[in-house]
Every structure is written in C-alpha cells, then in structure tokens.
Design a protein around this ligand. Sequence first.
Ligand code: FAD
Ligand code: AMP
Length: 479
Amino acid sequence: MSKKFDVVVIGGGPGGYVAAIRAAQLGLNTACIDKWIGKEGKGVFGGTCLNVGCIPSKALLDTSHKYEEAKHDFDLHGISTGEVTVDIAKMLARKDQIVKNLTMGVATLFKANGVTGLEGVGKVLAGKKVEYTPHGGEAELIEAEHIIIATGSVPFNIPPAPLTEDIIVDSTGALEFTSVPEKLGVIGAGVIGLELGSVWMRLGAKVTVLEAQDKFLHVADSAVSKEAQKLFTKQGMDIRLGARVTGSEVKDGKVTVTFQEGGEEKSETFDKLIVAVGRRPFTEGLLAADCGVNLDERGFIHVDDSCQTDAPGIWAIGDVVRGPMLAHKASEEGVMVAERIHGHKAQMNYDVIPSVIYTSPEIAWVGKTEDQLKAEGEPYNVGMFPFAANGRAMAGNQTDGFVKIVAHAETDRILGAHIVGPNAGDLCQQVVVAMEFGSSAEDIGMMVFAHPTVSEAVHEAALAVNNAAIHKANRRPKK
Ligand code: FAD
Ligand code: AMP
C-alpha cells in the first residue's frame, strides 16, 4: 500500500522547508522530499540557500570584511597589529561548520513539528501522486492531497565559458577556492558576482568584472547604481561595462577570456574565473508529461498570484516560479501556500519585497525606483540623506552612501527606498515595515529614532521628502 500525506513538498530549500513546517504547524500530515547530498555524503535539507547560497556566501563576506578592517581600518583608530594574515582553510572550515549547524537545524525543526523528511528524488505524477526514489533505493509511490513544488534553481552556464574542475567555476566553486587567486575574473555584475568578487578582492585578489550591460546594477535605482559603481571602483574593482564574454581558453593553469567591449575584441588572463550570469529554474526529471503542470516560455513553472499551478491541488513556490530569486520571497510563498491549503485566504504582497547586496557598503532597496516612477508618469517627491551627515556613521568611519526615499507627490505614501551604506539591509527593512502599513513619509518623519544610530538617516530622508530634514540643507524650503 502506498504512503499517503495531506501535503508532499518536493524540495527542501527555504521555500520548501518553510512550507512544510507551516503546513505541519497547521495540523497537516506533511512530508518534504529533498535530493541534496551534503559535504559529508549524506542527505541534507536547506537547499541552495543554506548549502551553497545565502549562508556560506555571507560567512565568507564576514571573514573577508574583518580581514580587510584589520588590515586597513584599525590604523585609523590608532590600533596597531602585527602582520595580518588569513588562514583560508580555517575560513572555509568555519563556513562549513555554519552550514552544517543550519542544515542540522532544519532536520531538528522537522522533528519538532512532525514533518516527515524524505531524502531522495521526487517526481510529480498524474492524479496528485509523487514518485519518491530514496538515495540508493527503489522508487515508491506516495499519494498527496496537495503537492508543493519547491525545486529551486541552478546557475546558468554560458557556452563561451564552460565550467572546468577548478579554474572556471560557478558560485558554488567560488565558495571553495583553497588560496586567494592573484587575478580573478568575474562574468556578470549581478548580486552574486559582486558579493563573491568582493570576498576575494578583500582577501587580496585583483578583480575584474565583465558585464554585458552598459549600466551598472541596471535593476537598482540610478542614484544607487552610480554610487555603488563609484565605491567599488574606489575599492579597486575593475568594472568593465558593455563587455560581453565571447570565449575562454584554459592553458597552463590560467584562463584567457575574450570579450567584446566598445566594438573591439579584447582579452584578459586570470588565475580563476567565476561565471555569475544568473540562475535558471530547476525542473529536470520533475514532471510526468501528463501531470498537468505547465512551464512558461522561460522554463518557470506557471502559477497564478497565489502560487497555484495549472493542475488543481499542485502548487509551486520560490526560484522555480516567476518573481525575484530570493530566499525570503521563497519562504513567504511557502507560508502563503501552506495557509491557503489549510483554508486561509493568505496573500503575499509582491510589491514590497526587499533586495539586499551584502557588499561593503551594503546596498538595499524596496519598492519602485525613481526611473520606474518616471516611466509610469507617477508624480513623486524624493528625500535623500547622506551618511556623511550622520553622527553614528562618522563615529564608525562608514560615511559612504545615502538613504533615498521616494513618496507619492499627492498622498505622500512611500513608494520606495534605495540605500547604499552601513547596515543598508536592516535600514531598508524599517521602510518595508512602514510600507506594509501604508505609511507616508511624514509618518516616518514623526517617529522617534534613537540617537546616535545610522537609522537616523532613514528618519532624515523621510523628512527630506517634504523638505524638513534637520541635519542637511533642504532643496526647497517649506513655506
Ligand atoms: P533552493 O534553495 O534552490 O532549493 C531547492 C531544493 O530542491 C534543493 O535542495 C534541491 O536539492 C531540491 N530538489 C530539486 N529538484 C528535486 C527533486 N526532483 N526531488 C527532490 N529534491 C529536489 N537569496 C537571498 O534572499 N539572500 C541572499 O543573500 C542570497 N545569496 C545568495 C548567494 C548565492 C551564492 C546564491 C547561489 C544564491 C543566493 N540567494 C540569496 C538566492 C537563494 O539562495 C535562493 O533564492 C533560494 O535558495 C531559493 O529557494 P528555493 O527553496 O526556491 O530553492
Ligand atoms: P544576475 O542575473 O543579477 O545574477 O546578473 C547576471 C549578470 O550577468 C547580468 O547583469 C547579465 O547582463 C550578465 N551577463 C550575462 N551573460 C553575460 C556575458 N556573456 N558576458 C558578460 N556578462 C554577462
């Protein structure tokens, strides 16, 4: 007799494991299948995010940030150290331990909530049946009232730069360099390319980023992308815009990359090359032809606003469906779907999803950019406040960047926030909370912010929307 569950989740990343936990909390008999094999050769839950994404990249960003501070910033404070060195093996071991603790944490949460964790491959069959093949075992059939697909994404590969064992690598390989490359090439100036490029640059690599687009960080607000480009360039990152990679050749332990830049063919030789040109939804071997789930023209599973696929009772969430490829977007969709299965009318606000780039300084934004509002013909006001005028930022030598808030010109409702600077991710979250409550810029202006905090830059930017900032001159004094 086949096993039967109320909910079977396929994929145990931040979309799938969160969906499974929430479904179990709501009293649904839930299983979560994941095929990931961890570094110790055993099945683990946590997906891309915990194993090779958000968490290990932040662990390396943290180590490299501390190293850079010790090497370059301590002197400013009058602190002298001996020679500062970094033990790469120890850095990688620390990262691996954090990954292990977190993935074990998911298994513990499954136990605590009564989720059945199944290690192996899942396939969606017709009639809401799932074929489950345990690692090294025989396929078995599982019946489900509801199926949630959360199979995530994998890195894009591009024909001009096929991956090799250890010279041309994707983001996963870039988390494992055993020494600091002297010259590092990065294809793609997206979030992942900038974060991993920053890690190795801080540790001493000479980093060149080749980006096909003419505009740096084209998805960000123009003021943010201009400031970020200026700051990364000042840090020593060689950012080549309008540079489309057309080929690569590995020879004598190095890689020579050819690219088109300004109508000319150019080439550069690197010790390592990271290919960070984006990610694609992963559905290989997942869907039986007659299961009723369809893909869209870009290979994502087709879903409606509430993550329902074209097959009743089958849902899909996270990187495998439309929308930004972000762990928190995947998790919130997971909660929404679990609650909908339970009968609630949960909805997710896709207009207020924050994006953060964990470089130094951090970059974060939420809502509409000024360029988008212009294009939509929406009347808006802008308030900006530089960290150079914030006392706490000065005390910490973190004065680069600004907070920019855009609000509707007639209603004053906050439409977006765009931040480059210290703790930009956490500051942006303050605006996320405000936006979820439909706050106006004046509302934030009337709140009390602790002094001295970098948060005061959010307060001042909100005040500046209506020309009422205190610690900078306002452009148009209020009558
Ligand atoms: P995934 O995390 O990809 O999980 C999918 C899971 O499904 C995997 O475990 C896979 O093994 C499993 N699976 C697939 N097919 C099957 C099958 N047929 N049977 C069983 N199991 C299957 N996002 C952020 O929000 N913040 C960040 O700072 C951030 N940093 C990142 C850094 C890097 C280097 C990378 C690569 C990504 C980063 N991301 C970040 C993106 C984030 O990791 C993804 O958005 C997130 O993991 C998506 O979650 P998911 O649950 O949809 O899929
Ligand atoms: P993201 O999708 O945010 O991870 O960013 C990936 C980046 O890689 C995008 O900005 C693309 O323009 C860039 N990209 C894609 N293909 C190439 C290529 N062949 N050469 C250089 N950059 C590329």
